[in-house]
Design a protein around this ligand. Structure first.
Ligand code: NAD
Length: 490
């Protein structure tokens, strides 16, 4: 891999179309910022509609190119396996690139990059397991069967928090199926996707199978979602953008898979080990400085332990070390964007105006190096209510609101009183209660006595305004393939 943090520094990154890096037709490059210093550190190409068109044409040509189309399933699986090996070989460099781009902890990014190859291997193994079926149609001398085919060119639009992990969940299965791809990474973290593109070619995957067009949402993203040559979109990002993309896609009758925002409830009953539950809540909401879609940002605590729980949560939160993401003992790095920091500050202030109290954190650290970057202290808000704005809208920052509840009925009503339905968590020793929660909660994922433990082997996705479609497991293979019905009279 030629792209490294060293080569990126001060460089201009081109688009990746048809197996080559090419300059954008407009000649425009935009700055990418380092969240620890708020300084630009490289520039990426602003792709326009003409660049997007070139990428989609390349992906369409690759679909019918015998070098890709006529590969056996086993050989396609081998190429995906080779890509897995290359990602593993370059895991540390890829981790460093993402850490510099989005400010997430280096140790966490390293762990993520070392885990991503397993996901490629899992889907590589499915390349030869996607089957059609034969259908009994009550007619003699007729064979009626479904062929299972690649769906076509898949347009993927991803966010800045964990770009490669987000991408892998659909890129790996789409390659295993035989689709071709145009990816638009976030304008706030483009470099790792471009670095991956180099590995795609090194793995022997033919040019045009994976294309990367960088640029902002309103220019590049908009052009991609209006292109008539796409068979399906994968979008991971905010509900606000998801609506726009689904609208554009609908003009061409193109289906989408949407992984959107959340405002996930995290419920604590009095029969639990408080310290264990506190740790679950802390990692569930403060990991990645709260910039995870599944962040358990609404915490409902059963009344009898409310005071003790809040005390323990505040004490634990105050021990969290905010610091530079490359320092080993840092627990929380900066937010990825300045706009994100402003948003978090605004939500905390709005909570205070509506009557909530800041029990821990609540401000940007003022000392030394941290004052330069986009850091924010992990924040616990008490005397919160589910009606306050900061408890209804996705903050995407390190802020949790804590609310007491008296009964199971009240808790489930509060937990479901949200436009979102991505994830949920419950801590209790009562299995009946946990199962009632699993049945009644409106969320795509339910964690019982754990939080944020996701696996690419299981189908996951959202409900309500958190999106539709499922990733993971075999489910995703169905989402990105299609059936063609064939009838033979003999
Ligand atoms: P975002 O919606 O601002 O941007 C996501 C992507 O969409 C970016 O690549 C952006 O350039 C592009 N985009 C923006 N406007 C567009 C437009 N008009 N047309 C086409 N593309 C456009 O989201 P973000 O700030 O990058 O990421 C944070 C959001 O992502 C949060 O809401 C978070 O919950 C969500 N998210 C969801 C999941 C999930 O699995 N459900 C995972 C990670 C992040």
């Amino acid at each position: 891999m030629k792209t490294t943090v060293k080569t990126l520094e001060g460089s201009r990154q081109d688009l990746f179309i048809d197996g080559r890096f090419v300059a954008p037709k407009s000649g425009v490059y935009l700055p990418s910022y380092d969240p620890t210093t708020a300084e630009p550190w490289y520039a990426f190409a602003q792709g326009d509609a003409a660049d997007v068109d070139a990428a989609v044409r390349s992906a369409r040509a690759a679909l019918v190119n015998p070098a890709w189309r006529r590969l056996t399933q086993t050989d396609r699986g081998k190429l995906v396996r080779r890509l897995a090996e290359l990602v593993l070989e370059n895991a540390d460099e890829l981790a460093m690139i993402e850490c510099r781009d989005n400010g997430k902890l280096l140790k966490e990014m390293r762990a993520q990059m070392r885990a991503i190859p397993d996901s490629y291997l899992y889907f590589a193994g499915m390349a030869d397991k996607l089957q059609g079926d034969t259908i009994p149609v009550n007619k003699l001398d007729t064979l009626n069967f479904n062929l299972c085919e690649p769906i076509g060119v898949v347009g993927m639009i991803i966010p800045w928090n964990s770009p490669l992990m987000m991408l892998t969940g659909t890129l790996a299965p789409c390659l295993a199926i035989g689709n071709t791809i145009v990816v638009k990474p976030s304008e706030h973290a483009t470099a790792s996707t471009l670095a991956l593109a180099e590995l795609v070619i090194e793995a022997g995957i033919p040019p045009g199978v994976v294309n990367v067009v960088t640029g902002d949402g309103t220019t590049t993203g908009d052009a991609l979602t209006r292109h008539p040559g796409i068979a399906k979109y994968v979008f991971t990002g905010s509900t606000f953008t998801g609506r726009k993309i689904a609208g554009n896609a609908a003009e061409n009758l193109v289906p989408c898979q949407m992984e959107l925002g959340g405002k996930s409830p995290h419920v604590i009953f009095s029969d639990v080990d408080i310290d264990k539950a506190v740790n679950g809540v802390v990692s569930g909401v403060f990991a990645a400085a709260g910039q995870t879609c599944v962040a358990g940002s609404r915490c409902f605590v059963e009344q009898p332990i409310y005071d003790r729980f809040v005390e323990a949560l505040v004490a634990r939160t105050q021990r969290i070390k905010v610091g530079h993401p490359q320092v080993e003992d840092t627990d929380i790095g900066p937010l990825a964007l300045s706009a994100q920091l402003a948003k978090v500050e605004d939500y905390v202030a709005s909570g205070v105006r509506e009557g909530a109290k800041i029990a821990a954190g609540g401000r940007k650290p003022q000392d030394g190096e941290l004052a330069r970057g986009w850091y924010f202290e992990p924040t616990v808000m008490t005397e919160a209510s589910n009606t306050m704005r900061f408890m209804r809208e996705e903050i995407f920052g390190p802020v949790v609101g804590v609310v007491p509840f008296k009964s199971e009925e009240e808790m489930i009503a509060l937990a479901n009183d949200t436009e979102y339905g991505l994830a949920s968590g419950i801590w209790t020793q009562n299995i009946d209660r946990a199962m009632r929660f699993a049945r009644n909660i409106e969320a795509g994922t339910v964690w019982i006595n754990t939080y944020r433990s996701a696996a690419y082997m299981s189908a996951n996705g959202g409900m309500k305004n958190s999106g539709y479609g499922r990733r993971g497991g075999f489910e995703v293979m169905r989402e990105f393939s299609r059936l063609k019905n064939v009838v033979i009279d003999y």
